[in-house]
Design a protein around this ligand. Structure first.
Ligand SMILES: Nc1ncnc2c1ncn2[C@@H]1O[C@H](COP(=O)(O)OP(=O)(O)OP(=O)(O)O)[C@@H](O)[C@H]1O
Length: 745
């Protein structure tokens, strides 16, 4: 067969387009860089996955790949698609597919045993900021925000003097001493910031490039979101290695972190030593032509036209509402209508919003209407809540001597232990450690004679702290530890018990106002935490490649790495940022965004809307909410519409079916033809991590089943997917029940 025909044959076999084929088979030379510039839904992820599979077939070994992506979700999507193609879990697990975060952690920790690279979490910052206010000699100083302190710390770590770093925040009365204390505190606690982790990773590879000797090719997904340091990481790890990057400048939405759609120019400058080739993927396999017309109107007409593969369907709907409540009610009614068709499943639907706050409001309302929902976020949502203190307890149980930061965070929850006690503690330990090459940990100090005598006068507080340390010691006794270390049920019982006795309960329930909505939120967080313990348990004990790590150890290493799974019977809620890279048959975009954007912000705003719109494969609802002042709002609305879309009003009417606030019929008319096409077009697997129900997978499907009558939990399949009903074991009441029942007894 002539060569050309053979190639065509392989394209057909792989079911890819000619440009996808070129990208998949791009030469592996170490001096070459391929930029895949891919429109939304053009199969960028599919192409990268197929390239890996192709190269594996060509003899490249699994550990010779380094695949980097921005988010856990993207990493999981790549792994899932690879698993679909290869059907070999063990093989997939040998390929280095990482977020920048997890890659940097592994580089730094495997090359610097002294450094335990735990990244400071939201809740840790909050503790630190509370403490920092008591360090300050100024009584009236206005607090710096988390991101401001983070920025100062990072600037100082990067070599700036504290004074220079503070100049940027003239309104804030924060002194050099306080920043020094925070920095000492961070370093004594072995806690670093994300930026510092990246810097450490760059330094480690620069010093010892041999650690990446086995890597032949580096693949980077979603390059448009790379900002400053991330590009530096890519540059250093891909020296003298084949590099393939894929992304879409129009989908650059992390401007606030420093990413920028002109990243392509920066990439060209960063890799002058490589031969650079570009492949454009311009076919869209995801959205209908009508949805793509809206997308193109948002992003500007002169971007490369995308060829849409799908058949014509419905015009997206632009609904104008008077109030947010009215929009919520419409969405609830419409969801009920969609789901009642039985062809459309709740999991097919996503509601996208600009802010988390609107989603929380809506989620509460959905619940009162008996509609189940899952809020998709980049990380497990409990990580940024008070529930994260359960991880602090776990850290202390696991290795109290290394858990300085966690200890301070949870000691501060105990009644009577205020910032002054903690500050005294930190200062005392700081003094002891001043010239000590073998520093004393907080745990050691808490168990020392000196601490006992220090606390003599403060008997009540001392007793509470000592009760806590004694309890931890008991939990750590070999007999007790062996009962919990590999048992999610026992573990959660212990953690909740600690929370109840030592302040977490008080923290959650004694807020000035605890609304029903708050309780639902904590209910969800706790459920997710527990569910996650089980998922990790499944992975740590079933995945063959995992060493003998205990559940506790494995959980502490991995709690950041698996995003929340979607569920068959729940509709999805997400901020636009978190929905990046996902696709859904039906998308609602919430309209409550009456901000006026300046011209620079407007471009970023448009890119964000472009990402939102292009998540939809079949139906798109675009909302706009007027506020009470209707004269003003009408003006605002039209200025908003004009700035969001370049088109004039007449063209707007051509790309949308526009419903005014007083129109009664605002939804889609779901006739039989539509429903038939809908079913034919459905692609629920792949990106959204649903494992298709086919024979290849049955073999691998794994269900953990405990006696249903007793406890009734099932755990779903690997790679973070979970679909089955989920209940807590007997004896544990969780969530609202957790707060009202477990905590109140
Ligand atoms: N050659 C092809 N033939 C048929 N379907 C394809 C082809 N390539 C990709 N697809 C499908 O198109 C959809 C989008 O693909 P993919 O998720 O890889 O796109 P993407 O470029 O990563 O999207 P985004 O940038 O918006 O995240 C998927 O459902 C995928 O299976």
């Amino acid at each position: 067969m002539p060569e050309k025909e053979q190639e065509e044959d392989r394209e057909l076999e792989l079911n890819v387009t000619p440009s996808q084929y070129d990208a998949i088979t791009y030469p592996l030379d170490s001096n070459r860089l391929l930029k895949i510039i891919a429109g939304p839904g053009s199969g960028k992820t599919k192409t990268l996955v197929n390239r890996i599979v192709y190269l594996l077939n060509e003899g490249v070994k699994p550990n010779e790949f380094l695949v980097l992506s921005m988010t856990n979700r993207a990493v999981l999507a790549l792994k899932n698609q690879m698993y679909e193609l290869l059907g070999e879990e063990e093989l997939v697990s040998q390929i280095n597919i990482h977020t920048f975060h997890s890659f940097s952690s592994s580089v730094v920790s495997s090359n610097n045993v002294a450094k335990d690279c735990r990244i400071i979490e939201d809740i840790g910052w909050r503790t630190l900021i509370n403490l920092s206010s008591t360090h300050s000699s100024h009584n009236t100083f206005s607090r710096l925000s988390r991101s401001q302190i983070e920025e100062i710390v990072e600037s100082v770590n990067a070599g700036m003097t504290i004074n220079d770093a503070l100049v940027k925040h003239p309104g804030k009365k924060i002194d050099v001493e306080t920043i020094k204390n925070i920095m000492t505190w961070l370093s004594n606690s072995n806690i670093i910031t994300y930026q510092d982790l990246l810097v450490d990773c760059i330094k480690t590879v620069r010093k010892n490039p041999a650690i990446l000797n086995n890597i032949k090719t580096v693949i980077v997904d979603e390059f448009q979101d790379m900002y400053g340091k991330l590009l530096d990481v890519v540059e250093i790890v891909s020296r003298q290695k084949n590099l393939v990057i894929a992304g879409d400048p129009n989908q650059s939405i992390y401007g606030f972190l420093g990413s920028n759609p002109n990243i392509l120019d920066r990439i060209d400058k960063a890799f002058l030593d490589k031969q650079i080739d570009v492949i454009h993927l311009n076919e869209c396999f995801r959205s209908t032509p009508e949805i793509m017309r809206v997308a193109e109107a948002i992003i500007d007409a002169d971007t490369a036209r995308i060829h849409v593969v799908k058949q014509q369907s419905y015009l997206p709907i632009l609904n104008i509402f008077l109030t947010e409540e009215e929009e919520y009610q419409f969405i609830i009614d419409e969801i009920k209508k969609l789901v009642s068709t039985e062809v459309i499943k709740p999991i097919d639907i996503v509601i996208l919003s600009h802010t988390n706050k609107t989603l929380d409001k809506l989620q509460h309302l959905l619940k009162t209407n008996d509609i189940q929902s899952v809020k998709l976020s980049l990380n497990q949502p409990w990580i940024n809540s008070e529930i994260f203190h359960l991880v602090d307890y776990l850290n202390i149980i696991y290795e109290p001597e290394k858990a300085n930061h966690s200890l301070i965070c949870v000691l501060g929850l105990i009644e009577g232990v205020g910032p002054i006690t903690l500050k005294t503690l930190m200062n005392k330990i700081g003094k002891i450690n001043e010239n000590n090459s073998n520093p004393v940990s907080i745990w050691e100090y808490l168990n020392s004679e000196e601490f006992a005598s220090l606390m003599k006068t403060r008997t009540k507080v001392a007793k509470k702290i000592m009760d806590f340390t004694n309890e931890i010691m008991q939990i750590r006794s070999p007999e007790n530890y062996s009962k919990i270390e590999n048992n999610p049920d026992e573990l959660i019982k212990i953690l909740l018990d600690l929370g109840k006795k030592y302040g977490l309960k008080r923290l959650i329930t004694s807020k000035k106002i605890v609304t029903e909505q708050d309780l639902v939120k904590y209910d969800n967080y706790l459920n997710q935490f527990y569910e996650y313990l089980w998922i990790i348990y499944e992975k740590s004990f079933t995945a063959k490649n995992v060493s003998q790590a205990s559940l506790i150890e494995f959980f502490l290493k991995n709690y950041n790495d698996i995003p929340l799974a979607q569920k068959e019977n729940s509709i999805n809620l997400s901020t636009i940022h978190s929905a990046k890279g996902l696709e859904f048959p039906i998308v609602f975009i919430l309209g409550a965004d009456n901000r006026i954007y300046d011209s620079h912000e407007l471009q970023a705003h448009r890119r964000k809307l472009y990402v939102a719109v292009t998540r939809a494969s079949q139906l798109l609802y675009y909302g706009k909410v007027l506020n009470n002042d209707s004269f003003h709002s009408n003006a605002l609305l039209s200025s908003n519409m004009n700035s969001e879309f370049f088109v004039d009003k007449k063209t707007l009417g051509k790309i949308f079916k526009i419903n005014n606030y007083n129109d009664s019929n605002r939804g889609f008319n779901l006739d039989n033809i539509f429903l038939k096409n809908y079913s034919n077009n459905l692609r629920r697997q792949g990106k959204n991590f649903l494992i298709p129900n086919n024979k290849k997978f049955d073999r691998r499907m794994y269900h953990h089943k405990v006696d249903e009558n007793k406890s009734g939990y099932h755990i779903g399949r690997r790679w973070g997917f979970q679909n089955n009903a989920f209940k807590f074991p007997n004896g544990i009441k969780i969530g609202m029940r957790f707060i009202k029942l477990h905590f109140s007894r």
